[in-house]
Design a protein around this ligand. Structure first.
Ligand code: NAP
Length: 318
């Protein structure tokens, strides 16, 4: 039977902690669940060096290890994890059609758990030199800069955490932040200020990434004084927030101005057959633990919704 003829109970889009947690619960609950992921699962967790704030994980383990355990646990309950990219969702009252690059899937419900991607700075040179000194993942690319001087852009937990990670590998890290205080968690800030090879450029913005084939420096502007300067670095790591991976649901569910999906506390969107969980959701705390909680909440409510579908398959609103 082709995928198009097989009506799944739920299609889960995204194999990060939210999607995998939902996979564990829907699979264990006996639902026919298929999980679609462009990269095979793990999501942003794969880029975390040490997971130390996920309850129950006492000895920090890498994000890759944690995601791998969740993936195996989900598969052990019969969830099929499939490489595919969702392009569009078509909806009727009774059914959803999930159009992907390789296949189309029919499903009674859908869980959007496709997370968010790193936001680019949008300055000249950034796109051209991405992969040639510009990076959005310290765990992936840090080792290429051993013994060198790199810049990290941003003032949130991601930027500060990644600056500390890089300081253990490279010779020197310059954190560039547009204001004079950080929004990162205090524990992350304490680690940053304790590192003797990290300096902070306060109130500064990167105006251009310099270099022909590889990054050779950054054009900087002090936003308070207007003074220009140049920073000679071979790498720039950008961590200035996230863009939700929600394009495939544009016009189908309600989103905020940034594209984060609006849900109620049961993870329901305005479409009764579509749920959202994790970083893609408006007001998510964007932690592994909260993504897992969202995924479980969505799974429980998907199960409940399918149980309340009447024999003629009309959704009964509670
Ligand atoms: P974030 O908290 O939104 O911080 C983004 C940072 O980038 C802010 O400092 C912001 O500056 C700066 N920024 C935004 N746009 C910029 C631009 N165009 N140019 C220069 N700087 C710009 O993002 P995040 O650090 O990626 O964190 C995302 C979420 O994940 C947060 O909820 C965070 O708590 C969570 N997180 C948690 C952990 C953990 O271990 N607990 C680790 C990483 C992330 P302003 O401060 O001036 O706005």
């Amino acid at each position: 039977m082709s995928q198009a003829e097989n009506i799944h109970d739920v299609v889960i889009v995204g194999g990060g902690p939210a999607g995998l947690a939902a996979g564990i619960y829907t699979g264990r609950g006996g639902l026919d669940a298929v999980l679609l992921d462009m990269m095979g699962g793990g999501g942003q967790v794969n880029t975390i060096d040490r997971v130390e704030n996920y309850p129950g994980v006492v000895d920090p383990e890498s994000g890759i290890e944690l995601a791998d355990i969740m993936r195996k646990q989900s598969e052990s309950f019969g969830v099929a994890i499939t490489f595919d990219e969702v392009k569009k969702i078509e909806t009727t009252d009774e059914l959803l059609t999930v159009n992907c690059t390789s296949e189309n899937y029919s499903a009674k419900t859908l869980l959007a758990a496709s997370g968010a991607s790193h936001r680019p700075l949008g300055v000249p040179g950034e796109g051209r030199l991405t992969g040639r000194g510009v990076s959005y993942c310290a765990t992936c690319d840090g080792a290429f800069f051993r013994g060198q001087h790199v810049a990290v852009v941003g003032g949130g937990s991601s930027a500060v955490m990644e600056a500390v990670y890089l300081s253990r590998i490279v010779e020197r890290v310059t954190l560039i932040h547009r204001r004079d205080s950080l929004r990162a968690e205090k524990i992350q800030q304490d680690r940053l200020f304790a590192a003797d090879n990290i300096e902070v450029l306060w109130d500064c913005a990167v105006e251009e990434v310099l270099g022909n084939n590889e990054v050779s420096g950054l054009k900087i502007k002090n936003l308070k004084t207007g003074d220009p300067s140049q920073l000679d670095v071979t790498g720039m790591f950008v961590f200035i927030g996230l863009i939700p991976n929600s394009t495939f649901l544009k016009g189908v569910v309600e989103m905020d101005d940034f594209g984060f999906i609006k849900t109620d506390t049961r993870m329901r969107t305005i479409n009764p057959r579509i749920f959202a969980a994790g970083d893609i959701r408006q007001d998510s705390a964007r932690q592994i633990g909260t993504a897992v909680g969202d995924g479980i909440t969505a799974a429980v409510n998907i199960q409940e919704m399918l149980d309340t579908v009447t024999p003629d398959r009309q959704y009964v609103k509670s």
